[in-house]
Design a protein around this ligand. Structure first.
Ligand code: ZN
Length: 57
């Protein structure tokens, strides 16, 4: 089993800056790619863009 290739990142709403989701990403394949997901933000009460952040709250 390969391990250590994935790291846990937080997903932060680009509108209100609150961290709503946690996901994992593949370090090797995604080195220079920032994850952006369209997810529902319960603070904004709408679907917003969420960007990854290295910091976990
Ligand atoms: Zn938000």
């Amino acid at each position: 089993m390969a391990k250590g290739a994935r790291e846990i990142v937080g997903m932060v709403c680009t509108k209100c800056k609150s961290q709503n989701y946690i996901t994992t990403r593949n370090k090797i394949n995604m080195e220079n790619v920032k994850l952006v997901l369209n997810r529902y933000c319960k603070v904004c009460r709408e679907k917003t863009e969420h960007k990854e952040t290295a910091k976990l709250k």
